[in-house]
Design a protein around this ligand. Structure first.
Ligand SMILES: NC(=O)c1ccc[n+]([C@@H]2O[C@H](COP(=O)([O-])OP(=O)(O)OC[C@H]3O[C@@H](n4cnc5c(N)ncnc54)[C@H](OP(=O)(O)O)[C@@H]3O)[C@@H](O)[C@H]2O)c1
Length: 429
């Protein structure tokens, strides 16, 4: 095989090293599958003197121009992370006629449309399979394999750190602080875990998934975000008792004429739901389409080799196109402008945990507050005494979020209510 496609990597840390390794170890097969040998010509790093496994014979540079302006490089693979200068480098590479592959969910969620517009203007491809779900194929399946469907719903466990933490809290009964410390010691959580535990990482992926699923751009600021920092062992225990597990979900739902809603929040998920058994750092994305019905994609959502698997797939697809002198027929798929259904209009059943005065008649006043707000209760458990309060747990029937908020406002104003400890959505299977 004589044809060689040269690629340049912008960044070679966890994922970049994995990509170089996969291209080396599986290179012979990849060349046969792609119709050309894929050769890493140059790699951008900050520190060119650092020793790097698998990159001993690859040229390093700290000057991005040597890659984005190199006429021999056909594909630029951005694996440095962050918005800037990653965005500018990718734009410049495309202006120079290069195809671009990235794993960067920050930049895809916030500036994806500009990158896709540039790709279209220049007749090149912009691919980002690894930006959601790490090694799990999900962008290409949504854009290509499921394109005959109208997608009505996506629910995803798309953040391994929080899934690990919730799994440990469920299995070991540990509290949030202890489990976060353990996740940091194991390298699953960053020293500053905010983006994971406050839900922002999942929100970026939700925005990407929602945009593709509904063929309508979902900007990150439209995604409502709630993380797991307020989840207490009591919530985990009630979930178990009632037949649920708590999961942090990225949700994208089509509410018909009301529009679409995309959000991230913890849920009480029925133990029988396919996502309920997705544990530890694993990710999974559950999709409902009007032709396929339900489908679920499961696997490792991060890590050097799993993420490299997705990045390499994009590189191979692009190499095939280069060999056959074409480029992808699937560019930006956001041809619609769907309205955004406000969170208040969305519907769910809710779990509500309250601390109240331990005196006769309180339960009646609580039930009245729910009733006045149009929230009907499915079940109420008054289980235990907590310090000098009683703890009440209620599960509502399906109600609009605004009615639940109304009930919370009334409850907060009642002298007998000490605090609303938790409000968590409930998802049946
Ligand atoms: N890690 C995962 O499991 C995972 C999973 C899915 C997606 N992703 C995404 O993949 C991307 C890369 O993640 P990673 O974990 O591989 O990151 P990483 O380990 O921090 O590696 C970043 C690489 O980029 C280089 N770099 C960063 N800023 C640079 C700059 N301004 N100039 C030159 N070089 C620069 C670094 O150089 P030095 O080596 O010299 O510092 C390093 O080689 C991110 O967008 C991330 O969100 C990661």
């Amino acid at each position: 095989m004589s044809k060689v496609i040269k690629i340049g990597l912008l960044g070679s840390g966890t994922v970049g090293t994995g990509v170089v390794r996969v291209l080396k170890e599986n290179g012979a097969d990849i060349a046969k599958k792609a119709g050309a040998a894929v050769v890493v010509k140059k790699v951008l790093v900050r520190d060119v003197n650092k020793k790097r496994p698998y990159l001993e014979d690859v040229e390093l540079t700290d000057n991005a121009q040597e890659i984005v302006n190199d006429p021999e490089i056909d594909i630029v693979v951005e694996l440095m992370g962050g918005l800037h200068p990653a965005f500018e480098y990718m734009m410049e590479a495309m202006k120079n006629g290069k195809h671009v592959v990235t794993a960067n969910k920050d930049v895809v969620a916030q500036m994806g449309h500009e990158l896709l517009d540039m790709a279209e203007a220049k007749g090149v491809d912009f691919r980002f399979e690894a930006s959601v779900g790490g090694g799990i194929p999900i962008i290409t399946p949504l854009k290509e394999c499921l394109t005959g469907n109208r997608i009505t719903e996506i629910m995803g466990i798309v953040n391994g750190t929080t899934n690990y933490m919730l799994t440990q809290m469920t299995e070991k009964g540990s509290d949030y602080a202890a489990v976060l410390k353990e996740a940091q010691e194991k390298g699953y959580a960053e020293a500053n875990p905010a983006a994971d535990v406050e839900g922002l990482d999942a929100a970026r992926k939700a925005a990407i998934l929602g945009s593709i699923a509904f063929n309508s751009r979902v900007s990150l600021d439209k995604v409502s975000v709630e993380g797991i920092t307020h989840i207490e062992p009591a919530d985990i225990n009630y979930a178990k008792e009632l037949g649920y597990v708590i999961k942090l979900l990225a949700v994208a739902k089509d509410y018909g004429d009301k529009g679409v809603n995309v959000r991230v929040h913890p849920v009480f998920l029925a133990k029988t739901h396919p996502l309920a058994s997705v544990n530890d750092v694993f990710n999974a994305i559950f999709i409902r389409g009007n032709a396929i019905g339900d489908a679920m994609f499961y696997g490792r959502g991060a890590g050097s080799l799993p993420t490299a698997s997705a990045v390499t797939a994009d590189i191979v697809s692009e190499t095939r196109n280069l060999v056959s002198g074409t480029h992808s027929m699937v560019g930006c798929t956001c041809y619609n402008h769907r309205n955004f259904c406000p969170l208040e209009e969305t519907e769910s059943s809710y779990y509500v945990r309250l601390h109240v005065d331990d005196e006769p008649g309180v339960l009646g006043r609580i039930a009245t507050a729910f009733g006045e707000s149009g929230v009907s209760l499915k079940s109420v458990i008054q289980t235990r005494k907590v310090e000098n309060h009683a703890e009440i747990v209620a599960v509502t029937h399906v109600v609009q979020h605004k009615h639940l908020q109304m009930a919370a406002d009334i409850l907060n104003g009642l002298s007998v209510v000490n605090s609303i400890r938790s409000v968590i959505r409930v998802e049946q299977d």
